[in-house]
Each structure stands twice: as C-alpha cells, then as structure tokens.
Design a protein around this ligand. Structure first.
Ligand SMILES: [Zn+2]
Length: 206
C-alpha cells in the first residue's frame, strides 16, 4: 500500500497494493479494495465501497451510497451524486427531509465497467457489467451491461466487449475484432439495450 504524504486517508480499510495519490481525501467509513489506484484530488466519502483493481483517475467525487465493483475504470473528473432532488439541509423548508437517510439514493457500478472523463452520474442508478459511459455523458437512467452510452441525457449507441473494443454486430451475434469473443443475441435482440441484456446471459464466458 502507498499513501502519498499529502493525502488524507481517515479509513483503515484500504486494501493491500492500493495507491492513494496527492491531496486525495478518503473519509472514515469508506472502504477501498486491493490493488486500486486513487488519483490526485479525489474525494471519497463515508459509506463508499470500492472493490479490488479499480482505477479512479484524478479529481473524482464519490459520495455516500456509491458502490464500485471490481475492475472498474473511472476517468478524471467524474462526478457521482446521491440525492435526486437536493436542497440544502440547512434550508429550513427542507431540513426535515434530511433528518434520516431516506433522501439517499444509492448507485452501483458493476464489474469491469468504464466511465469516461467528466461524466456525471445521477443518483440511484446501476451501471451494468462492462458497460462504457462516454466522456461528458450525463447518465440519467440505468445503463445495461455491455452497452455504450453517450450524450446528455446519455443514450445507448452500441455495445462493447469485455476488452473495451466496440462490438461489430452481425446477424444474431456480435463479434469483437480485437480479442475474438463472440456474443450471441446481438442484432436478434432488436434494440441495443435488449442485445446488451441478452449478452449478459448468453455470451461465451471466460
Ligand atoms: Zn474483445
């Protein structure tokens, strides 16, 4: 484990082999797995859970209620959120809403997914296994496994292999030109979203 001397790490739950770089701040109650890389100026709040082998590039904000599964890539400047209709808890009109934790909407990023630079992830969402969120996307609804989403609001535009290469969709299946994996149910699934969901269940396992 390596913690840069200027990083503020207030949790003991940092896995072996993880590196936390300059001016990052990890609050008490956060958990970070093994062999992760946490870039400069990241903020990781209490309640965040980060799995093993996760890369968090510089300047990311991970708030309470965010769970990152193993192998996820989070590009620089990615912002998570956890409140669907935020008000200042110090505003008298809204303070009652923040007495408990009902306001908190949890988000999960599933194994192997990638989130591009500057993306914003709205609260209470699931980003599926190996999905890829384009840089600058504003994600407002769940992202299907293996799908590529981009834009504001983010929309599915294709699907992607485990290795990160965009899949070539042919009749009834999708093929990766880089690693050769084949995914059944590609074009036959109709929409990209449906195809991606099919892929989770039918694709050839590792
Ligand atoms: Zn591939």
């Amino acid at each position: 484990m390596y913690i840069h001397p200027t990083a503020l790490v207030e949790t003991p739950h940092i896995g072996e082999g993880t590196r936390v770089w300059a001016f990052a701040h990890v609050l008490p109650g956060a958990t970070i797995g093994k062999r992760c890389n946490i870039g400069d100026h990241c903020f990781i709040e209490s309640g965040v859970v980060v799995g093993d082998n996760v890369t968090v590039k510089n300047g990311c904000m991970l708030w309470d209620g965010v769970t990152i599964e193993a192998g996820v890539f989070i590009g620089p400047g990615v912002v998570f959120t956890n409140d669907r209709h935020p008000r200042s808890p110090r505003l008298a009109d809204a303070a009652g809403r923040y007495v408990g934790r009902d306001w908190l909407a949890e988000t999960v990023v599933r194994t192997g997914a990638s989130i591009g630079a500057g993306a914003v992830i709205l609260p209470g969402l699931s980003i599926g296994e190996y999905a890829m969120v384009a840089a600058g996307a504003v994600v407002t609804k769940d992202v299907a496994a293996f799908s590529i989403v981009m834009g504001n609001p983010a929309a599915a535009v294709g699907w992607v292999c485990r290795c990160g290469t965009r899949l070539r969709v042919e009749e009834g299946r999708a093929v990766c030109g880089a690693c050769g994996r084949e995914f059944e149910g590609g074009a036959a699934g109709g929409t990209v979203r449906r195809a991606a969901e099919d892929a989770v269940h039918k694709l050839t396992p590792d």
